[in-house]
Design a protein around this ligand. Sequence first.
Ligand SMILES: Nc1nc2c(c(=O)[nH]1)N[C@H]1C(S)=C(S)[C@@H](COP(=O)(O)OP(=O)(O)OC[C@H]3O[C@@H](n4cnc5c(N)ncnc54)[C@H](O)[C@@H]3O)O[C@H]1N2
Ligand code: MOO
Length: 434
Amino acid sequence: MSKTWSVDEHLEDILRGVRPLEPIELQLLEAQGCVLVEDVTVPVSLPPFDNSSMDGYAVRTADVEGASEEFPAVLTVVGDVAAGSGDLPAVGPGQAARIMTGAPLPPGAEAVVPVEWTDGGTGGGPAESMTPRGESPGGAEGEVRVHCAATQGAHVRSRGSDVQAGAVALSAGTVLGPPQVGLLAAIGRGTVKVRPRPRVVVLSTGSELIQPGEQLASGQIYDSNSFVLTAAARAAGAISYRVGSVSDDPETLRSTIEDQLIRADIVVTSGGVSVGAYDVVKEALSQIDDEEGSVEFRRLAMQPGKPQGFGLIGSERTPILALPGNPVSAYVSFELFVRPAIRTLMGRDPVRRTPVRARLESEKPLTSVEGKRQFLRGSYTPPPEGETVGTVSPVGGASSHLVAALAQADALIDVPEKTTEVAPGEELTVLPLD
Ligand SMILES: Nc1nc2c(c(=O)[nH]1)N[C@H]1C(S)=C(S)[C@@H](COP(=O)(O)OP(=O)(O)OC[C@H]3O[C@@H](n4cnc5c(N)ncnc54)[C@H](O)[C@@H]3O)O[C@H]1N2
Ligand code: MOO
């Protein structure tokens, strides 16, 4: 009888076969979720010039010293400075310029007073907002009464106060989330060098499968695996292509895979890997000739997910993971084997999900088959503040066809091979999912 592999042995074998993808230069939004492979330095300081943080008036501090509502400083308005203005009016003694948030501080001005600290040029009490451009009274001429003093630099965002030219904005190894994409845009980068998202081709096998939306005939079921696997690959950061289901015909399967290799960094199949008479993936791939690569089918000490296939195929030796067809087995196998492979291709760390400890919350003990590492579905509650161990309660049973319960779960409960029973209140290892 052939060897039974442990979960870790199978994963290590897969990870030996996958290498991070070669970096490429990508447009910013294409690079979202990818790992940067270069240190990005700031070409021009941010902000690039001193600018106002408020809608108000640019003033000289000496002119507004001691100003109050009772004894306002009365200044002559010399013009408007809007964000984007290139032509700046100089502010001399006794003068002020209307200035908008983000607009460059004009020469001569040392501070900004918000419009609410002035009469807005109306001659009345404190203003709530500026008079729209072109409306009178007030506006970009006449006088403004300032009701408060302002210190040097008040409401001014100075050049380089965010980040200085020459500084490293993002270092190699950073994962580009939305704020990082935003920073790259803010410093003027149009493209960046990253490891690209892997392209994952997903196909399911089984002559019983039909597309969701069609009418079920006798003996048929809807193909759900190709959907869950495509969605899971996308959630893991990959670009995923759902080919859909292929019938139980080895020739059709072989030629479909061959056609798909051109756009695949990984191929994932579901079904047809067990010991039945129609196990098409096993039949099609276990005896391909050496030139085409090789795929090994093995038994794992694991439930669900016992039968698995892994190999490298085609001229590029593309990794192929052949997952079992039972829907929960396919999903759990994705989490344990395909997701780490995808993350390795992306250069993402950590490759595996981070385990946490949790106490079992359940009416009765959990039972597990000796010699099999069991991954039960659970609902996980993180520890309250100050504690380190959360709680987990089982969701649904152990059978690998229970998709409704899977959809209610948010964690996998990892029961070691040797454990046959876990009592309520005992600690376990849990893999929270997202
Ligand atoms: N005599 C034995 N029979 C089985 C064994 C065994 O050791 N000895 N292992 C069982 C285990 S464990 C698993 S897991 C399955 C794996 O079988 P296959 O990978 O060959 O999968 P299929 O036979 O094609 O399908 C199994 C099951 O899942 C349903 N299925 C398949 N694809 C989809 C899909 N895309 N969407 C939804 N459901 C799907 C399929 O209809 C079957 O019910 O083998 C056991 N048998
Ligand atoms: O191992 Mo199968 O994956 O138990 O259902």
